[in-house]
Design a protein around this ligand. Structure first.
Ligand code: NAI
Ligand code: PHE
Length: 359
């Protein structure tokens, strides 16, 4: 895979690439669509094996953001940024981190508002505060800095509701007494695990960071090795890490009844959803299950919604999922296909009627 082939097979609008020679870090901002408004999506900071891998991740995540904005009826397009740390590089110290944020803010400024960012893997509200002191194209700054605060809470609470809706559709009843395997115990996953434990689920957890596993063990969770996540029997697999967990090979062997979590891009392709459907494994499309955070950020910071209005809108995620499950069931298609179709229909209808006020 090289950058050329990744970009030439992508249907997005724009991709900014910036290499910082001093640190060896690649900065990528992928803008998939600005048709419904400026593009928006989080900033992901992680190690990547190559610049091409970083561009592939940013572009596919940006495409997913377009679908998420569509299905959530939000007046923004899809984008994503990746700050790719070189393989094996030490985590940047605070001076190096601040420099990375400064470079990223410069790139956001260069795009003049075509793309707005927010938190994602490896970034927090504190980082949004740091970016926000240099550029205005930032969501999810802390409340003290005038932002809507972290999107992780809304993502996690609505993510757990998506798990409950999935459990009901899969004939599992609720999650009480059921075994949930949560992969990734970060800002979102740790909260999902806590909520699931409170709801009476039996918890299995996995994270590459051993301290996070120790913390989750206090919730009564049993720790599973990160390489065992897709081969460990459970009722519901709950991906909350970096995505790409389920490819066709994994889907053919997965020992669970359902997959529902908050991670973006859980499936490596649309075809994987067919494998899951053929095996009777119910999949909750990720860009629907995890859109609570986007509704929170865009609702509060762009549309000036009250917390109550945000709550009302995020409560609709559950009925949207039920609609998708029913459509997939009655037409014999995968839930992912049904969800993509619904998102595209909503995007088309908004474009025709101009009902979404573009940002
Ligand atoms: P985070 O950076 O706070 O947490 C990610 C966690 O995953 C970390 O604990 C990390 O150690 C762990 N991890 C990474 N690779 C792993 C692996 N191979 N196996 C097990 N654990 C692994 O990120 P955050 O914000 O919790 O995001 C998690 C997922 O949710 C991502 O896919 C993100 O795109 C998605 N998401 C996040 C939203 C937000 O508001 N933060 C909103 C919607 C989706
Ligand atoms: N990164 C999160 C997501 O994937 C939250 C986010 C939403 C960030 C919208 C910026 C804009 O949904």
């Amino acid at each position: 895979m090289d950058i050329d082939s990744v970009l030439s097979s992508w249907d997005g609008e724009n991709c900014l690439l910036h290499h910082d020679a001093q640190s060896g870090v690649w900065f990528v901002i992928a803008i998939h669509s600005t048709r419904s408004g400026a593009a928006a999506g989080g900033t992901r900071v992680m190690h990547y094996a190559s610049a091409a891998d970083a561009v592939a991740d940013a572009t596919s995540l940006a495409s997913a953001m377009t679908l998420k904005m569509g299905v959530a009826d939000l007046p923004m397009g899809g984008g994503k940024s990746v700050i790719a740390l070189p393989p094996g590089a030490a985590r940047p110290d605070s001076a190096a981190w601040s420099r990375l944020m400064e470079i990223h803010a410069g790139n956001l400024e260069r795009l003049s508002g075509q793309y707005w960012t927010g938190p994602d893997v490896g970034t927090t509200s504190a980082d949004m505060d740091s970016l926000g002191s240099r550029t205005r194209y930032v969501f999810g700054r802390s409340l003290a800095a005038g932002g809507a605060g972290s999107s992780a809470g809304e993502t996690a609470s609505r993510g757990l509701e998506a798990v409950l809706a999935t459990a009901a559709e899969a004939g599992l009843g609720g999650v009480r007494g059921r075994t949930l395997l949560v992969q990734g115990l970060g800002a979102v996953g740790f909260r999902v695990a806590g909520l699931a434990a409170n709801a009476g689920a039996r918890l299995l957890v996995a994270d590459v960071d051993p301290q996070r596993c120790v913390d989750a063990a206090r919730l009564g969770a049993r720790v599973v090795g990160v390489d065992e996540v897709t081969i460990t029997g459970c009722d519901i697999l709950v991906p909350c890490a970096t995505g790409g967990l389920v490819d066709a090979r994994v889907a053919r062997e997965l020992p669970c009844a359902a997959v529902a979590g908050a991670a973006n891009n859980v499936l490596t392709s649309l075809e994987v959803a067919d494998v899951l459907r053929d095996r009777g494994i119910l999949y909750a499309p990720d860009f629907v299950a995890n859109c609570g955070g986007a509704i929170h950020l865009v609702g509060r910071e762009v549309l000036d919604w009250s917390p109550e209005k945000v709550r009302d809108r995020t409560e609709q995620i559950r009925s949207t999922l039920s609609e998708i499950f029913a459509s997939a069931r009655s037409r014999g298609i995968s839930t992912e296909s049904a969800a993509r179709e619904l998102a595209r229909e909503k995007l088309e209808s908004a474009a025709r009627s101009g009902t979404r006020e573009a940002v």
